[in-house]
Design a binder for this molecule. Structure first.
Ligand code: ZN
Length: 136
C-alpha cells in the first residue's frame, strides 16, 4: 500500500549553491547530506512537514542525474511514494502494465529500499517507491 508522498527529488548542479535558496530564502534546515555511491549522487534532505525535499547532485559524469541535467536542466526529477511493502508494490505496478527501471529494490539514501518506475509508463513523472529499512 502507498502510505504517503515521502519526498520530492530535485536535480541540481550544486547542492552547495542550492542549499542557500532552501535555507536562506525558504528558511528550511538541511537534515543531512549523504553520498549514494551506487547512484553516483550526493543528496541533501530538507523536511517540510510530512514530506522531504531531496536535492540530487551528480558526483560523476556517468551519474543518471548528470544525464538528466544535460537533457532537462535543473528541476523536479522524481516523486517518491512511501510503501509498506515494496516488493508487492512493484508486483502491482508490473501487473498493472507499468515498465520498471528496477525489478529488484536497491539501497538508497538513508538505508531505504528504493526502486523506480519508468517515466514512459507513468505519464512523464519518474516515480520512486521507497520503504523504510532493509527487507531480507
Ligand atoms: Zn528519491
Amino acid at each position: 500500500m502507498l502510505e504517503k508522498i515521502d519526498h520530492i527529488g530535485i536535480a541540481v548542479k550544486s547542492i552547495a549553491e542550492a542549499r542557500k535558496y532552501y535555507e536562506q530564502a525558504l528558511g528550511l534546515t538541511c537534515e543531512k547530506e549523504e553520498v549514494v555511491e551506487s547512484q553516483m549522487v550526493k543528496t541533501a534532505f530538507f523536511r517540510v512537514g510530512e514530506v522531504h525535499i531531496e536535492l540530487l547532485e551528480p558526483t560523476d559524469e556517468k551519474s543518471p542525474i548528470a544525464a538528466f541535467l544535460e537533457k532537462r536542466g535543473e528541476g523536479i526529477h522524481h516523486i517518491a511514494f512511501r510503501t509498506n511493502d515494496i516488493t508487492r508494490q512493484l508486483d502491482q505496478a508490473r501487473t498493472g502494465g507499468c515498465r520498471l527501471i528496477h525489478e529488484v529494490p536497491f539501497e538508497g539514501a538513508g538505508g531505504k529500499q528504493v526502486a523506480f518506475l519508468h517515466p514512459k509508463s507513468s505519464f512523464g513523472v519518474l516515480t520512486e517507491f521507497c520503504a523504510k529499512g532493509i527487507k531480507v
